[in-house]
Design a binder for this molecule. Structure first.
Ligand SMILES: [Zn+2]
Length: 261
C-alpha cells in the first residue's frame, strides 16, 4: 500500500520519527508521500526522507492555512527555490488549496496562492495535492480559471456524489480517502461507489484523523490498514484488491516505480 498523504516528519512524532516509519513499513505501507506545510517543514521532511530514500517521497507547497497577507512572491519563494535546487526530489505540488474553516481573512490571498501553485504544477508537469476545507467552490473557481489543469488528488475527500461529479467534469482527479470514512454515521461510504475503486487513493493524513479503532488518538501511517479494510468491506472486494488498485493509481499519479525501488 502507498500512504499518499502523511506528515510523519511533524513534531507530533518526536523524538522517534524513525519508529513511526518502521511501524508503517511493517504494516505493509511500502511507500509514503510527505506533503509539505510551509517553509519551516521542508528541513524536517527532508531529514526523514534522507533516511528512507526508497520508501519516502515528497511534495512541496504552501498550505492554505499558512498563507498571510504579505507579498505572494515572497511567500512562495521557498517552493520555487526547492524545485529549482532539487527537482528530482519532488513528486507533486502540495499540499495546496483553500481553507476557510479557521480563518476567512486571507481568502483572496489563498485563491491567488493556489492559482500560482497550480500554474507551477502545470509548468513542471507535476500533479497537485489539494486540501479543501470550507473552500470547495473556491478551489473549483481557481481550476476553472486555469489555462491548463494539472492532474491531482482531492486529499481527505469528504464530499457528496454531486461534488464527485463536479470534480470529474474539471479534469483528471483522484480522491484521497482516509480514516474519516470509518467514523460512525459518516455518509462518505455511500459516495465510494460513485468515486469507484480505480479513483480512490489511500491516505492517513497522520497525525490527524485516526481511523476507528484509534479514533481520537495520534494517527500514523501504520493505521492505514483499518481504512483499507473498511473500504474493502463497503465495496465488496478483498483488501488485496484495494491494495493492488489504489497502489497502481498512486504509482501512476505520482510517477512512483514500486518494483525497481
Ligand atoms: Zn495534510
Amino acid at each position: 500500500m502507498i500512504d499518499t498523504h502523511t506528515h510523519l516528519y511533524l513534531e507530533d512524532f518526536a523524538p522517534d520519527y524513525v519508529a513511526a516509519v518502521e511501524r508503517a513499513i511493517a504494516a505493509n505501507v511500502e511507500k509514503m508521500i510527505f506533503p509539505n506545510v510551509d517553509c519551516n517543514t521542508v528541513e524536517p521532511m527532508r531529514r526523514l526522507r534522507s533516511q528512507y530514500p526508497k520508501e519516502i517521497y515528497m511534495a512541496i507547497g504552501l498550505h492554505p492555512t499558512e498563507v498571510t497577507g504579505g507579498d505572494i512572491d515572497t511567500q512562495l519563494q521557498f517552493v520555487t527555490e526547492e524545485l529549482n535546487r532539487r527537482p528530482e526530489d519532488y513528486k507533486a505540488i502540495g499540499e495546496i488549496g483553500i481553507d476557510l474553516y479557521w480563518d476567512k481573512q486571507y481568502r483572496e490571498e489563498q485563491l491567488e496562492v493556489l492559482r500560482r501553485q497550480m500554474k507551477i504544477a502545470s509548468e513542471r508537469d507535476l500533479p497537485v495535492i489539494l486540501h479543501c476545507r470550507e473552500g470547495f467552490d473556491e478551489v473549483l473557481e481557481v481550476i476553472d480559471g486555469l489555462e491548463k489543469v494539472p492532474q491531482g488528488v482531492f486529499h481527505s475527500f469528504g464530499g457528496t456524489i454531486e461534488d464527485v461529479e463536479r470534480i470529474r467534469r474539471r479534469g483528471d482527479f483522484y480522491f484521497g480517502i482516509n480514516g474519516i470514512v470509518t467514523f460512525k454515521n459518516c455518509s462518505l461510504r455511500e459516495v465510494l461507489p460513485t468515486i469507484g475503486l480505480d479513483r480512490i487513493l489511500l491516505e492517513t493524513d497522520s497525525p490527524y484523523l485516526a481511523p476507528v479503532p484509534h479514533r481520537g488518538k495520534r494517527n500514523e501511517s501504520a493505521f492505514m490498514l483499518h481504512t483499507a479494510s473498511y473500504i474493502a468491506s463497503i465495496m465488496g472486494v478483498t483488501i488485496e484488491e484495494v491494495d493492488a488498485i489504489t497502489t497502481a493509481s498512486a504509482q501512476n499519479l505520482f510517477d512512483i516505480n514500486i518494483t525497481t525501488q
